[in-house]
Design a protein around this ligand. Structure first.
Ligand SMILES: [Zn+2]
Length: 262
């Protein structure tokens, strides 16, 4: 599943490719995205200038000049492919956006769970989303206060988008390992110093993430990229402990029980 760094990379490429261009047509090539982007919505977007591309958490927002918005979620396997009109279509093309000057942006998505939806001007309402982790808005004091109100262990809390935007399952495990905090530690019992270490660890793992992964074509990235994720049974990369897998709230968590403390 694309995580925040991949979505940020994709949104940046999209922004560079389409900002200021005019949509000539939008074509939906698979029944699944058609449920959210019917023909009328495609027609309503034609002829409009793409004013800007925004990312909030893992949601991409394509703002059009009339105030309407195309909301895009990659979900499991989505990505953008860029070409020129007339080039052979990319594999797994599900939605195609063509501009009047020949640029073609395709949502490629092998499993076709990705979503594109059009919102009429003024109609976009996003769910509550916490601060972006790589901005100053992700402050230690507010993070500590928010965690102090949480019941339950820290790992599932990190996946809550209301707490911090866009930290996915892989990076939650990786950040907790960097911060030497057990995923089972109660969220509301973490000291301010440990919360600060966790905040810094979240930034670290997101910043060092490769910006481009071919998850849409070659499956998941190799497990050897990760410090703990997917490495259950292997040796910890920091101590003599062994990485353990744990199911928390239905998601896999990986951690070292020796150097990650509750
Ligand atoms: Zn360890």
């Amino acid at each position: 599943m694309p995580e925040l760094p991949e979505v940020e990379f994709a949104a940046t490429r999209l922004r560079e490719a389409v900002t200021g261009r005019v949509i000539a047509r939008i074509e939906v090539l698979h029944p699944s995205p058609r449920r959210h982007l019917p023909l009328a919505a495609c027609r309503a977007a034609a002829g409009l200038v793409i004013a800007r591309v925004e990312r909030r958490a893992k949601i991409q927002l394509i703002h059009l000049a009339d105030g309407s918005v195309l909301e895009v979620h990659f979900r499991m396997t989505g990505d953008w492919a860029f070409s020129r009109i007339g080039d052979p279509p990319p594999r797994f093309e599900r939605v195609r956006i063509e501009t009047t000057d020949g640029v073609c942006v395709s949502l490629v998505d092998s499993r076709a769970f990705g979503l594109v939806r059009r919102h009429a001007p003024g109609a976009l309402v996003l769910p509550p989303i916490g601060p972006e982790p790589l901005t100053d808005a992700f402050a230690v004091a507010a993070f500590h206060t928010a965690l102090a109100r949480r019941r339950g262990p820290i790992k599932p809390a990190l996946l809550d988008q209301k707490l911090v935007a866009g930290v996915g399952n892989i990076y939650a495990s990786e950040a907790l390992w960097e911060a030497r905090i057990s995923p089972t530690a109660p969220a509301n019992a973490l000291s301010r110093a440990r919360v600060e270490r966790l905040r810094d660890a979240i930034r670290l793992v997101l910043e060092r993430a490769p910006r481009e992964r071919y998850y849409a074509r070659d499956g998941e990235p190799g497990d050897d990229e990760w410090r703990v994720y997917g490495r259950d049974g292997a040796g910890c990369r920091r101590c003599t402990g062994t990485v353990t897998r744990l199911a928390q709230a239905g998601r896999s968590t990986f951690y070292c029980g020796r150097c990650q403390r509750r």
